[in-house]
Ligand binder design. Sequence first.
Ligand SMILES: [Ca+2]
Ligand SMILES: [Ca+2]
Length: 229
Amino acid sequence: MPMFVWTYATCALSSFINGGFESGNYLGWTRGGGTRTSLLSSQIKPQEFLPGGSFYNPSIASTQSSIVTNGLDPILKNLMANIVQNGTRSLQIGDAARTGDLSVASQSISNYFCDNMFFAWLAVFEDGNHTSEESSLIVVELKDLTQGDTPINKTYTASSATAGVDPGFQSATVLSRKYYYTPGWRVENLNLGVNRRGHNFSLSIAVADCFQRGHLGYVYLDSFGGIVP
Ligand SMILES: [Ca+2]
Ligand SMILES: [Ca+2]
């Protein structure tokens, strides 16, 4: 059998559980959450908000994320794409309440043979006119449990200085509140390279309201897997 066929087959067998949330529940996923109002953006570590972590609050974890079905975002409506990227369901991390909270979803994957991890996201951030350290944000953290390091730790902060996270964000004012949002789904590619094949990983995506409890941030996630969605 040619090597590339073997690699592809092994990759297909080692992917996420319920990576598209089509089970309609949290099968394969761990939810976390807690209050971030004592933490600046650069101090946030998703793991501290998961069960066992010092900021973990089970009530926030279980109520501020939800599985959603096809439809439009309740605030931005048709300015954004359908809130499901693939199939009939996606995961919303964070809610529309302005409570200074953080929500996180995490999955551990054993013997992962793909060279990439893909997922798709759609974000809504309210403009708080804060510094990036006090704004709503997304943190994407990938730990390599086999090697004991963190190859990916990305932060997407919604500050007014950058008019959202980057130039691909758009802004709109709805009921006197200003939002930054992604008009269409974005595909994130976490490139692991070939040296981590077969390792065990833990992937966490955290989304926080602003530090001052005045502004919301939430993100829809779908299509986690080893192949481009
Ligand atoms: Ca889906
Ligand atoms: Ca919230």
